[in-house]
Design a protein around this ligand. Structure first.
Ligand code: AP5
Length: 217
């Protein structure tokens, strides 16, 4: 099964995607995580992506599609896949459809998370991420026990693109370029399920699980 998780910055895509993929043994593909790893490793792609990410703009489609194609080469042909934060433009959606068709697969479900903009801004202001293992915390709702990562002891950082001005830009970019994908998929007869992600983590997790189970063959 191939599932796409769409939603604005800070809505909880990463939080829920990690939980679900871990529990069902699917491949979790987050283009944001792949880009941050490329930046940490100092690759050419990481260098090219840096300015776009720090400004809250989308990284060009061609770079993203190459990144995803490369990553998919290491994924078993029958593996369940949960895409998190990809695709974000219709060009990326078309590119993904082509790659999947080449493997005899298609997008089975599109799950859309949404929440009030005020809540998104609050979550991003409180988010802290581990520089080493990527674990995500929230200073208001799920703080670490101390000043370092509970899981690995790594340093906790406030992502540079979580600064208020950049968050505002990311929200505009989402509404202009990514939200139209919802009607794109509805028009292709894909099963689109919308979830109110402004609720507590456990409640969202339960609804997300049900939405995905309904599509499991
Ligand atoms: P990316 O890292 O994908 O950022 P994003 O989509 O903006 O999503 P976030 O990671 O900010 O939020 P999230 O929804 O995962 O929320 P989280 O679970 O962390 O992309 C970053 C940049 O990379 C982009 O701006 C772009 O430049 C580039 N990029 C990436 N993919 C691209 C693509 N396909 N094309 C082009 N460019 C691309 O939760 C947020 C906080 O809230 C956390 O603190 C969490 O603990 C807390 N939280 C989560 N759920 C709840 C809840 N239910 N209640 C209370 N708190 C909660």
């Amino acid at each position: 099964m191939v599932v796409i998780l769409l939603g604005p910055p800070g809505v909880g895509k990463g939080t829920q995607a990690v939980r679900l993929a871990d529990s069902v043994g699917w491949e979790h593909i987050s283009t944001g995580d792949l880009l941050r790893a490329a930046r940490r490793d100092g690759t050419e792609l990481g260098k090219k992506a840096q300015a776009y990410m720090d400004a809250g703009e989308l990284v060009p489609d061609a770079l993203i599609l190459e990144l995803v194609r490369e990553h998919l080469r290491g994924v078993a042909p029958e593996a369940g896949i949960l895409f998190d934060g990809f695709p974000r433009t219709t060009t990326q959606a078309d590119g993904l459809a082509l790659v999947l068709a080449g493997a005899g697969r298609r997008v089975d479900r599109v799950v859309v998370f949404d929440a009030d903009e005020e809540e998104l801004v609050r979550r991003l202001a409180g988010r802290r991420s581990c520089r080493d293992c990527g674990a995500v915390y929230n200073m208001h709702t799920s703080p670490p026990a101390g000043n370092v990562c509970d899981r690995c002891g790594g340093e906790l950082v406030h992502r540079p693109d979580d600064q208020p001005d950049t968050v505002r830009r990311r929200l505009v970019v989402y509404r202009e370029l990514t939200e139209p994908l919802i009607s794109h998929y509805e028009g292709m007869d894909s099963l689109v399920v919308r979830i109110d992600a402004g609720r507590p983590v456990e409640a969202v997790a339960e609804t997300f699980r049900q939405a995905v189970d309904r599509g499991a063959a």
